[in-house]
Design a protein around this ligand. Structure first.
Ligand code: ZN
Ligand code: ZN
Ligand code: ZN
Ligand code: ZN
Ligand code: ZN
Ligand code: ZN
Length: 246
């Protein structure tokens, strides 16, 4: 077992795992997959887990739950015995601070309304009124005519309320060139130049890694008629990736 997350490659500080016991992915990645993408499968073996356990990653000393059936069933949000249960990701935590951190990350709120609330006194009333992401997206669009970038939503490791909001035109610009007025100056957006596009299916991807794995699974092994062109593209992408490493 490595000490970096198998999905995001960040240092593995907190680990989430299900009954299959694969302790290779960080709690942030697992929470995002379960909460945002509604994907309950283990990233390693693709086994679906109804509940998961979140604990500090300590290599061989990582706390192990061997039998998930001993975890309480029919539980509600909050403290359960010696654990804390997070309903949105169906996860048990053994650390209250980390539980609060993940809970805050998954909190669905409208940052536009939140900002308006800061100037009035009934701010707390609006908190937690969205039951899922689709509801929040609907609110953003119908109330404010704003959208989130779905690629950033799945790819950026930030709280949902920190996701940037775009008008349709700004989103277009964000995906293509990365320089919409919402994204800020070049240094503010960390050199972001828009999401890379697959030239074959004209679909944008979050970053070069996502595009690369799409290319290698979707296009690399396809028809002979295209294989030469695909090969050239793979080589080109790998060269750009290598240049980034320098
Ligand atoms: Zn991760
Ligand atoms: Zn697994
Ligand atoms: Zn709002
Ligand atoms: Zn984006
Ligand atoms: Zn493609
Ligand atoms: Zn092809």
């Amino acid at each position: 077992m490595d000490d970096s997350c198998a999905v995001c490659a960040d240092n593995l500080e907190w680990v989430s795992y299900g009954a299959c016991g694969h302790r290779d992915v960080c709690s942030t990645c697992v929470s995002r997959l379960r909460f945002i993408c509604n994907d309950r499968r283990c990233c390693i073996c693709k086994t679906e887990s109804n509940v998961i356990f979140v604990t500090k990653a300590l290599g061989d000393y990582t706390r192990m739950i061997n039998d998930f059936s001993v975890l309480p069933s029919d539980v509600r949000e909050g403290r359960v015995g010696s654990y804390w249960y997070h309903e949105d990701t169906q996860a048990f935590f053994d650390d209250v601070d980390h539980y609060r951190m993940i809970k805050a990350m998954c909190r669905l709120s409208c940052s536009v309304c939140d900002k308006m609330d800061e100037h009035s006194n009934d701010g707390a009333k609006r908190r937690g009124k969205f039951r899922n992401i689709e509801q929040l997206k609907g609110h953003l669009f119908h109330k404010h005519r704003l959208v989130m970038c779905s690629l950033c939503l799945e790819g950026r490791k930030v709280f949902i309320c920190e996701q940037k909001l775009y008008t349709r035109a700004q989103l277009h610009q964000h995906i293509n060139t990365g320089d919409s007025e919402v994204d800020g100056t070049e240094s503010e957006r960390g050199g972001f130049m828009g999401h890379p596009m697959c030239e074959f299916c004209k679909t944008p991807f979050y970053g070069d890694n996502e595009l690369y794995s799409h290319m290698s699974t979707e296009h690399y092994t396809c028809h002979i008629c295209q294989s030469i062109q695909d090969n050239m593209n793979i080589t080109r992408i790998m060269m750009t990736l290598r240049q980034d490493d320098l």
